[in-house]
Design a binder for this molecule. Structure first.
Ligand code: HEM
Length: 344
């Protein structure tokens, strides 16, 4: 089969991660306006333009194989990045089914799923996996169902149980997160795990988002973007490893900012699961260096304005208040002051 995957990228150490010209063009630039503020920015997760990151329910791109290797590396170092409370196993099977069916339908050249009742046969060609197992029988897989499938799918995943008119984060695979910890958050409710976020609570964003999510229907997933900034293309920006990556923020300079500063965009989707009634929350991370980003003039212009206009509280929470002046200085070279139009 045709293999479009970078096989030797690293997201740590020498950082050999890079985006191809095609990946730069399809990068999910998240700013429809020159200003950014939190909002309940959810829309139906329907299939988008061919080639875009929205074409399929789950986007598999050129970084797939390398990202899965990075996940295995992080897990070997810290197994608590993957946790599932005992009552969440059924939700894990729901997630396994959702991902396997989506991958096999959308990328038949890479993935195959054959079912004979509960006897399933899964083939993952890029990762060289060919397994036969019994659906809903954990003893027939090498890991629990959530761990098994999320070791084969890009992005972090959390599973939320729904009860008492609330959502509870009670399972997850979290190895490429923007500075939050599954081990710390597990068992929390929607407002509890969002407590560190500035301003949004007072604006009613979380009240409205929760109300909306409690009504989420099976077969009608939704999506939203989140974003932050990361120095070097590091997927694992966890609090657990802050001592390893936090200090790199102090080494940014006018000379290296183009190569080292990355815009980090999360495409977050929400799926109601059919058997467990849980909600799956895939968080797919895309990284782009400033140098690659400014190759698209309208992105450069807009990012300059967004960063300049951003409230201090958000720049502080997102962890780049210290480097904001450097970013503005760098990006200002690419902003000719022309008006921008709404949209991407
Ligand atoms: C941040 C989880 C859904 C809005 C966060 C954080 C977590 C999280 C762990 C980081 C908090 C920290 O600093 O420790 C989740 C989960 C969701 C979910 C598991 C699925 C049920 C939503 C929805 C919204 C939302 C639907 C819609 C408004 C935000 C915002 C932030 C945030 C605005 C701050 C992000 C930033 O500025 O970088 N979320 N979230 N979340 N979440 Fe959610």
């Amino acid at each position: 089969f045709k293999d479009p995957f970078f096989r030797d990228e690293s997201f740590f150490g020498k950082y050999t991660y890079k985006n191809s010209p095609a990946a730069i063009k399809r990068f999910p630039f998240p700013f429809p306006e020159d200003d950014y503020m939190y909002s309940v920015n959810m829309e139906p997760h329907v299939s988008g333009r061919p080639g875009s990151v929205f074409e399929h329910a789950f986007d598999v791109d050129e970084h797939y194989v390398s990202e899965m290797r990075d996940r295995a590396r992080v897990l070997a170092d810290d197994p608590l990045r993957c946790q599932s409370l005992p009552h969440m196993t059924l939700a894990g099977w729901d997630l396994l089914e959702l991902i396997m069916e989506s991958f096999a339908r959308d990328y038949p050249q890479w993935f195959e799923l054959h079912k004979d009742g509960n006897k399933w046969h899964w083939i993952n060609r890029p990762l060289g996996i060919d397994d036969k197992f019994t659906f809903l029988d954990e003893s027939t897989l090498p890991y629990g169902p959530m761990e098994y499938i999320t070791r084969q799918a890009q992005g972090d995943f959390t599973l939320q149980d729904q009860r008492e008119d609330n959502l509870w984060i009670e399972a997850g695979m979290v190895t490429s997160q923007a500075d939050w910890s599954l081990d710390f958050d597990i068992g929390m409710s929607f407002h509890e795990w969002h407590a560190p976020v500035p301003l949004a609570g007072k604006m009613g964003v979380f009240d409205r988002a929760l109300k909306f999510l409690l009504q989420l229907q099976h077969g009608a997933p939704v999506r939203r973007f989140n974003w932050t900034m990361t120095v070097d293309p590091l997927l694992d920006t966890s609090p657990e490893n802050y001592h390893k990556w936090g200090p790199s923020k102090t080494t940014l300079s006018a000379e290296n900012i183009g190569q080292r500063q990355h815009l980090r965009v999360e495409l977050q989707t929400l799926f109601r699961l059919p058997r467990s009634n849980a909600i799956a929350f895939p968080i797919r991370c895309y990284l782009i260096s400033f140098e690659d980003l400014v190759s698209q003039p309208k992105w450069a212009r807009r990012l300059h304005r967004v960063i300049k206009n951003l409230p201090d509280e958000l720049a502080t929470y997102k962890g780049f208040i210290r480097n904001r002046p450097l970013m503005i200085e760098y990006l200002s070279q690419f902003d000719d002051g022309a008006p921008t139009s709404p949209g991407w």
